[in-house]
Design a protein around this ligand. Structure first.
Ligand code: GLA
Length: 690
């Protein structure tokens, strides 16, 4: 059996998503020719086509995809083959309704949409394993195939599961975790509101309750359970495909969705991780009007950054090429001229070396007649196809960037326990959401790029040590091993920054009876003597830097830890107003070769402006280019060469200055001094290192 491998593209590659079953066979050859002419050398197929291979239970027919794959081989087109489990067929759900997922009240989701299954029904696991094995066995050696996709978007559409099969599997998960009901009752604090369990059968996945009352500890385990179920299902398929695939063919899935540990999934099951990027959502009708300053489509950089933390050399399986919507939803307008390229380059800038556009041609039937592809129903050449061709030229001109690493000024630390805690605790959610969004905004506006690092059970000092600064905004949940790792990081010279609300829960989400920030106190030397969230009815709270004039106000929004420095820590700033005026707002403590900062509120673009400067991490490429905040800059680096991406998300031209000599890779022209990017324009420079 060949084993999990780490797959990396060797040169920039372009693809598209194609559905041979949606079109007359006579169209296939012409479609493939037109794709190849545009620079598309990979198609992803088959991920919703169970019926084409198993039209009735146990009857397998391989001819349809044999014909398509043979044609691809003949034309020189490469194929990523998707397993079809995202859409179980009608014959299956009719005969085995226990495979269906349910809403929280237990009502089953019926046939007619997609992803209507659950991961835990034994019969669905069996039938999934069989179709995957049949497909892998039959198509696995086909020369046109270069990779395999597992399912489609695991945990998209539904990321919560409430079927009977899920309750049964949840009990098994809990029995393995806790061993005894006493241990479970203790961990879940069931003494509160008389929730004590006396038999495993009394335990269910969450069900409707009155007035939003839940057991948060049960829910935390429930999200861990969903992740575990997703990983097992994905792992089962990967293990089968690995037995049949050709050496070198990769196994991937297209993420990134909630309630799954994507990092563990990538490590345990996949050779490479891909993402589906649709920045036009930012301009859709469902847009939150309050989010006017939320950077719109630039926000996709935040998602892509997270994808890079899962897999440094990822690809995009579905890159937006047209307007998005279903017959039941209007999601996002068509990319304006230039935006298709801009959004694809945004993906490349963040680390993608493979860009596959969704989809070749818009479907003429079904829910997704408005999820537009490159070509429209009329099948004529259009401006989108012309832009794809132009993008291809640009992509090939930056082939040297393939495999290059993104340069980061600091790391943002996250972990799944805290992420899932935000789903059960709105007090946690409020600070976490605000800080993450603002850290991203500050990074964009001040051209201070970061990596995201997830702390996992097997995290090591080397995962952090290369970053001069790490910001762990609100580690509400903390355990000994993470605290020890952070201490080691600081000790060897790192700078750790934590925000308010740190360290007051254990791994079960129970509050710890110790001074906050709990286990982190021995690193920060800070003591939370009092705390409160800010009332919208009161004046905004601010802090004053020690020794500075009153004009040096630092905003301390949303929530405040009122601090006291202990054990060699000192106050960098004190609160300037409210009933805690004069008390420490930001503390700093030197420890070993590094230091730890406790920032007593959430982060905002304004207070990060000060913090980035104080930490000496602001605008690391200022020597290379002077760029206004309306443009995004990204640096990738490989074999001693540095590549600067400058992306204009604005509908108007923007100027900037190259301070060093650079080469515009699209044209190979030398550039220096004042430059102008047109509306939605992009540029990639090789920056001289001298
Ligand atoms: C996801 C899926 C695609 C397509 C689009 C639009 O990204 O992977 O199959 O359905 O959504 O809904």
């Amino acid at each position: 059996m060949n084993h999990k491998q780490n797959f990396q593209w060797k040169k920039m590659t372009m693809g598209t998503c194609y559905y041979p079953e949606h079109w007359k066979e006579e169209l296939w050859a012409e479609d493939l020719d037109r794709m190849l002419d545009a620079g598309i050398t990979v198609v992803r197929i088959a991920e919703f086509a169970w019926n084409k291979v198993e039209p009735t239970e146990g009857r397998f027919e391989f001819g349809f995809f044999d014909r398509f794959l043979d044609l691809c081989e003949q034309k020189g087109m490469n194929v990523i083959f998707g397993t079809p489990t995202a859409t179980p067929p009608a014959w299956l759900t009719e005969k085995y309704p226990e495979v269906l997922n349910a809403a929280k009240d237990g009502v089953l989701y019926r046939h007619g949409g997609r992803k209507h299954y659950n991961y835990n029904a034994p019969v669905y696991r069996k039938l999934s394993a069989r179709i995957v094995e049949k497909e892998a066995e039959h198509y696995g050696r086909h020369p046109a195939i270069v990779g395999w996709q597992i399912d489609n978007e695991l945990n998209c559409e539904a990321n919560e599961f409430y079927s009977e099969a899920d309750s049964a599997a949840f009990r098994v998960f809990l029995e393995e975790k806790y061993g005894t009901l006493e241990a479970l009752n203790e961990a879940w604090g069931t003494v509160f509101w008389n929730q004590t369990y006396t038999d495993w059968k009394e335990i269910h996945v969450p069900r409707p309750t009155l007035n939003k009352g839940i057991n948060p500890h049960q829910h935390l385990d429930y999200y861990r359970f969903i992740s575990d179920s997703t990983l097992k299902y994905c792992g089962m398929q990967a293990e089968i495909i690995r037995r049949y695939r050709k050496p070198g063919d990769f196994i991937m899935t297209n993420g990134m969705f909630r309630n799954v540990d994507n990092h563990r999934m990538e490590k345990d099951c996949l050779d490479v991780y891909l993402y589906d990027s649709y920045p036009s959502f930012a301009f859709g009708l469902n847009r939150d009007p309050k989010a006017a300053d939320d950077l719109n489509d630039r926000k996709w950089t935040m998602h892509l950054n997270e994808v890079r933390s899962v897999c440094p050399h990822f690809g995009i399986m579905e890159q937006q090429s047209g307007a998005n919507g279903w017959t039941t939803r209007m999601e996002g307008p068509a990319p304006r001229p230039g935006q298709l390229t801009l959004w694809a380059m945004q993906s490349v800038a963040q680390g993608a070396d493979f860009i596959s556009f969704f989809r070749w041609r818009t479907c003429t039937v079904g829910s997704e007649i408005y999820w537009h592809g490159i070509l429209d129903y009329d099948n004529r050449d259009n401006r989108k196809l012309a832009e794809v061709k132009d993008f291809y030229k640009k992509l090939k001109s930056i082939d040297a960037v393939c495999g290059a690493k993104n340069v980061a000024a600091f790391a943002l630390i996250k972990d799944y326990d805290n992420e899932w805690d935000t789903e059960v605790d709105v007090w946690h959610l409020r600070v976490a959401e605000k800080s993450e969004k603002e850290i991203f905004a500050a990074s964009e506006l001040y051209h201070t790029p970061y990596d995201i690092v997830y702390l996992q059970e097997d995290s090591e000092l080397s995962d952090l040590a290369n970053y001069p600064v790490v910001i762990y905004p609100h580690p509400v949940i903390m355990d000994e091993s993470r605290a020890r790792l952070l201490e080691k990081y600081v000790d060897q010279g790192g700078v750790l920054v934590i925000g308010c609300r740190s360290g007051y829960k254990d791994m079960n989400g129970r509050c710890v009876m110790m001074p906050q920030p709990g286990l982190l106190q021995k690193i920060t030397g800070s003591d939370v003597r009092d705390f409160t969230f800010e009332s919208p009815a009161e004046e905004a709270v601010w802090a004053k830097l020690r020794g500075d004039g009153a004009e040096a106000k630092i905003e301390m929004p949303v929530f405040n830890d009122i601090l006291e420095p202990l054990d060699g820590a000192e106050a960098l700033a004190v609160y300037g107003n409210s009933y805690y005026a004069g008390k420490a707002a930001i503390t700093e403590r030197k420890l070993g070769a590094g230091k730890a900062i406790h920032f007593g509120s959430t982060f905002s673009r304004k207070n990060l402006n000060w913090l980035f400067a104080y930490l000496g991490i602001k605008e690391p490429f200022a020597d290379v280019a002077d760029v206004p905040d309306t443009l995004e800059t990204v640096m990738r680096e490989k074999e001693g060469r540095r590549y600067l991406f400058v992306l204009n998300f604005q509908p108007y031209a923007v100027e900037f200055t190259l301070r060093k000599k650079a080469r515009l890779l699209y044209t190979k022209e030398e550039a220096q001094g004042r430059q102008k990017l047109p509306a939605f324009g992009t540029a990639v420079y090789e920056v001289s290192v001298d």
